[in-house]
Design a protein around this ligand. Structure first.
Ligand code: SAM
Length: 215
């Protein structure tokens, strides 16, 4: 994998801005984290295109502009503890790790978690804890969380995740049927209940039950 040149990075940041990723800390985090490290083989050479790309276990690394928009919607601050459900390649977790105090990330595929861990180590990201498991149940032993991001589509925001969100916390999750265009929603937990905002149409792989078979 070669490091991207200055022009490639500039075009990448320009594409992100033109698609609505405008917050400077988010853009700085995305400039700092080389997406190519999270991809294998020929796909690594396409790391700076604004497209989702295949990773192991039949999964995908999300489109960078969607990663940026979801990160922005999460309104992460440096004191926050964040839970990500759906580690995948680890790219989204690495971006979050630049913005938050601590990131917990969970995936149902052990192989993906192992590969992502190696990249976190390579990047010196010591504030990420990754686990293999069914993230629909969250991480009760680490809860509550200031922020929760789900990077696979659920039919509804999973109840255990809502329960593990702090009052004042924010969760971003794509909801809808897995074979249709889904809606990215933001849930805020207030003293009086949950407030829902519809953000935009998205297309994610489904949030599945149980552990995955590694391929
Ligand atoms: N955030 C990832 C990244 O930056 O590369 C992209 C995530 S990919 C679109 C969705 C991930 O969700 C897949 O890796 C899949 O294995 C995972 N997933 C699906 N259902 C899950 C579940 N119940 N618990 C944990 N992970 C799950």
């Amino acid at each position: 994998m070669t490091t991207p040149d200055a022009q490639t990075k500039m075009q990448f940041l320009f594409a992100l801005r033109s698609r609505g990723v405008t917050e400077i800390p988010v853009l700085e985090a995305m400039e700092a984290v080389d997406r190519g490290l999270f991809l294998r083989g020929l796909f690594a050479s396409r790391a700076y295109e604004d497209v989702p790309l295949p990773i192991a276990c039949g999964q995908t690394i999300s489109q960078p502009s969607i990663v940026g928009l979801m990160t922005q919607a999460l309104q992460v601050s440096p004191r926050d503890t964040v839970l990500e459900v759906g580690t995948g390649s680890g790219y989204q977790a690495a971006i979050l790790a630049k913005l938050a105090r601590r990131v917990y990330t969970i995936d149902r595929h052990a192989r993906l978690v192992q590969e992502a861990r190696q990249v976190f180590q390579q990047l010196g990201l010591a504030n990420i804890t990754s686990l293999v498991g069914d993230g629909s149940f969250g991480m009760p032993e680490q809860a509550p969380f200031d922020r929760i991001i789900v990077t696979a589509a659920a039919e509804d925001p999973p109840g255990p995740l809502l329960a593990q969100l702090k009052t004042g916390g924010i969760m971003v999750v794509p909801v809808g049927q897995s074979d249709a265009v889904q809606t990215l929603i933001r849930v805020r937990k207030t003293e009086t209940g949950l407030e829902y905002d519809e953000l935009r149409p998205v297309r994610f792989v489904p949030l599945l039950e149980g552990l995955g078979k590694d391929t």
